[in-house]
Design a protein around this ligand. Sequence first.
Ligand code: HPA
Length: 273
Amino acid sequence: MVDYERSKQSAEYILNATAKRPETAIILGSGLGGLVQEMEEAERFEYTSIPGFMKSTNEMHEGALYIGKLNGVMIAALAGRYHYYEGYSMGDAAFPVAVLAQMGIRKLIVTNAAGGINPDYYQGELVILKDHIKFFSDSPLRGNVDAPFGPKFFDMSDAYSGELREIAKECSRELGMEPHEGVYAWMPGPQYETPAEIRALAVLGADVVGMSTVPEVIMAAQCGIQTLGISCVTNMAAGLSKTKLTDEEVIETANRVKNQFAALVCRIVERIG
Ligand code: HPA
């Protein structure tokens, strides 16, 4: 469940504190946090200073909202997100997107680190998401009986906007990459998956696997926000690589490709802003 009044309170606080009115937002996943350094005239809001926001416990992430220009386009950037594995509910994980919606955001780019399931993928590849699978938890909107954010029952068939995906693929090719479109499987974590779970997810049609993004995308879909998802394949998923899967590997790959990831996101922002 996502608290409408609380998200409204957070959004009003932010809108009162700045004259900037971004319509595009980015959620920065592992490794991409540095993108905020490239923003101009950025105003920074520590999550803990925003009424209604919670503190992120994940040390990989910073926990602040930035509003400023990226390549000349006014954006809001969320550095730090709430994960289910940290003990937050699915609704908590979706909460920042509810705030963005109340701030007037119309387009959202969601980024993450993920394990590669599709054998055609390589470590360090940037995959454009076309859909997701989430079987193992409730919806972030479970319990929102009055459906204050949008339709109570809503379509998810273009939750990963076809229009934005085309733009992302063009931008990716312009940067010399060969983009894949893939299906993201959401898993609760914090443990990485077992090899048997990965084999099962492959049968179900998943191409990458991760522990974030999906609650945010569901929230955005209900709010009618056009959304693009991009995964950085930081590792091959459990059972697909000979080496043991570690957090260090995930961080190392995310750091290795962060400039390329940032370049892609900047180019897409320029095109859609
Ligand atoms: N599984 C789940 N989440 C992840 C992975 C993975 O292999 N890599 C990065 N985030």
